[in-house]
Write a protein that binds this ligand. Structure first.
Ligand SMILES: *Cc1c(COP(=O)(O)O)cnc(C)c1O
Length: 456
């Protein structure tokens, strides 16, 4: 431990920013299971993947041997407009909690998309442009990914078509307008514009949609248009790779002040911010260099890690994407409408799933109302109005800090504050009015969805 006094905000200099992404799969002795072709159920090839994804991204998706991958200069230049992201010492929160713990959070909300998603959006748009494509299609849940991709596409002059989960489309009209301001085309999902959308509408009349449905629609739209590819904002290993910038910067900032993290906490939807944050730390663990307590936090309404099954499953409701081995609730699981749309996904990154399965990480699930209580406490003392998704990590960071208060241990707690909640005021309104509910699926509901896992 160094004696340097730690500032409220630890910034890296521009020349201290990472120039390579870190691919934790390369250092894992037991690798995540391979993606399978949904028809043949054989490991998918780069050529097959390239029918849906850009070629370079397909390559990154299948790469589990190169630990470091150069970040192209154009992407570094874009990163410089909003990165490095600060690592903030939550002095005020520590004082308020009366804890001896030291709390740090990596703040990814400092860009118009309001979240970490821009880190991968800009990379994916760059590779699409390099390949000479006209545009990309995608899904968005809460809207952060769609916004991030719209920004990235307008920067590289690409067409951007977004299928937005219907409940978010209705709850967050301003998100839609931000996307349109950046030139994107936004369609509520399930829509009647794709075959799979029409089918889902028929099977689940009145459904407010899910990420799984929107993914299927976006994939169909990409494969039906010349010069288009599909891009995805989470779950995939390529996205985790791009998000490793979060963890690399966090580690560099901690190292600068000689701080060793004890507990690292992140919220888990598809697993990209968590995976990116923990990658360099897990790398140290699997290489036998250090040990950390890592905690994934998910909503009780969509508990993939804590109540799901580790099995091959479809990534989307329409069953067109590759099969992935992951902790899943079943691709037919329709999570209750919740206010943390970004965490409303039935599955989990295969890398995060394997890390969890190897016991390198714990998982906890938390209820919506306790998450908002933590969000409010954080907003009032640290100033930042957090996204509901990010607030899952805040909740557990506070819990861990309070445990330290009991034991008197001055642990270093680091958590990912993935974004801001300015477009979530409808949710905050419900919380402030005391009418927010907690929905927890029954065992029967989960079993029913799990019964439909593909036969292997
Ligand atoms: C999308 C999103 C998440 C969850 O996605 P992951 O892929 O699990 O990181 C978390 N926080 C915010 C603010 C988001 O926009």
């Amino acid at each position: 431990m160094s004696n340097k006094e730690i500032p409220y905000k630890i910034y890296l200099e521009e020349n201290e920013m990472p120039k390579q992404w870190y691919n934790v799969r390369a250092d894992m002795k037991k690798k995540p299971a391979p993606l399978l072709n949904p028809v043949t159920k054989q490991p998918i090839t780069e050529d097959e993947l390239s029918e849906v994804f850009c070629r370079e991204l397909a390559r990154q998706e299948l790469d589990d041997t190169n630990a470091y991958i150069d970040i192209p200069q154009e992407i570094i230049d874009f990163y410089k407009m909003y990165r490095p992201a600060p690592l903030i010492r939550a002095y005020c929160l520590e004082k308020k909690l009366g804890t001896p713990a030291h709390i740090y959070y990596k703040f990814e909300g400092n860009n118009t998309s309001g979240s970490h998603k821009l880190n991968s959006a800009i990379a994916q748009a760059y590779y699409a442009k390099q390949e000479g494509l006209k545009g990309v299609t995608t899904e968005t849940g809460a809207g952060q990914w769609g916004t991030a991709l719209s920004m990235a596409c307008s920067y590289f002059d690409l067409d951007c078509q977004v299928y937005m989960v219907k409940c978010s489309y209705e709850q967050k009209p301003f998100r839609r307008e931000v996307m349109r301001t950046y030139g994107a085309n936004v369609t509520p999902s399930p829509s009647m514009t794709t075959e799979v959308g029409r089918k889902i509408n028929e099977e689940f009349p009145g459904t407010t949609g899910s990420l799984g449905c929107a993914i299927s629609e976006a994939v169909e739209a990409a494969t039906n248009q010349e010069g288009y590819r599909y891009v995805l904002g989470s779950v995939l290993s390529q996205v985790l790779l791009h998000q490793s910038i979060i963890g690399l910067e966090t580690k560099a900032a901690l190292d600068k002040y000689g701080v060793k993290a004890d507990i690292i906490i992140g919220c888990a939807g598809g697993g990209s911010n968590l995976g990116g944050l923990i990658s360099p730390f897990v790398g140290e663990m699997v290489r036998g260099e250090a040990d950390y307590k890592i905690i994934a936090v998910e909503p009780k309404s969509c508990p993939s890690l804590t109540r799901g099954k580790y099995a091959y499953d479809y990534c989307d409701t329409g069953k067109v994407c590759p099969l992935q081995k992951m902790y899943t609730l079943g691709s037919g699981f329709m999570p209750a409408s919740s206010h943390a749309g970004g965490l409303r996904y039935h599955g989990m990154s295969s890398v995060v799933s394997e890390i969890y399965d190897q016991g390198l990480m714990e998982a906890r699930s938390v209820e919506q109302t306790e998450v908002f209580a933590a969000a409010q406490e954080f907003a009032r003392i640290e100033g930042i109005l957090p996204a509901p998704e990010s607030s899952h990590a805040i909740k557990v960071a506070i819990d861990e800090a309070l445990k330290c208060k009991e034991t008197g241990e001055a642990k270093n707690i680091v958590f990912g504050l993935t974004g801001t909640g300015y477009f979530d005021m409808y949710a905050y309104q419900k919380f402030n009015d005391g009418i927010m509910g907690d929905y927890i699926p029954t065992d029967e509901e989960i079993e029913k969805a799990l019964a439909k896992l593909p036969e292997m």
